[in-house]
Design a protein around this ligand. Structure first.
Ligand SMILES: [Zn+2]
Length: 145
């Protein structure tokens, strides 16, 4: 992926915020993913996924973080975003790791900021990729480009 860069302080800070969110709100099979985004104005918002008995009602952590940014700051521009997955209980050797956004979240991130950067897994260390690279041939209704 050509747009990938190594992680700096800003990226590590965002990963740590996502980890802290899921560490404090982890609930087996209900909240397992944390997310953090930095708005264009530099504010950080976190979220955790909301699983649901009725599966299609489940909401991703990235969407919860974006919702908080919109409601609390009225600030929907996304400079950077990351999601992390908490391991299941009893899995002591595993750590909280960066995960890729699902396809629906890629659409959502692109809709709110086509220039957003996403921290994604990349072997041993995560890397940063522009959302456009993670979403080739983005969905469109046909009328627009
Ligand atoms: Zn998602």
């Amino acid at each position: 992926m050509s747009g990938k860069r190594k992680l700096g302080k800003a990226e590590r800070e965002l990963i740590d915020a996502a980890k802290a969110a899921i560490k404090s709100r982890y609930r087996d099979e209900w909240q397992e993913v944390g997310a953090a985004l930095r708005t264009r104005s530099g504010k950080i918002f976190t979220g955790v996924n909301l699983d649901a008995y009725l599966g299609r009602m489940a909401v991703c952590a990235e969407a919860v973080a974006l919702g908080r940014a919109v409601v609390e700051a009225g600030d929907a521009g996304i400079d950077m975003i990351v999601a992390v997955r908490h391991p299941p209980p009893g899995d002591k050797n595993r750590t909280i790791r960066v995960v890729s956004p699902c396809g629906a979240c890629r659409e959502l991130i692109f809709d709110y900021d086509p220039k957003a950067r996403v921290i994604v897994p990349n072997g041993k260390l995560p890397a940063v990729a522009p959302i456009g690279e993670l979403l080739p041939n983005k969905y469109s209704r046909g009328a627009e480009g």
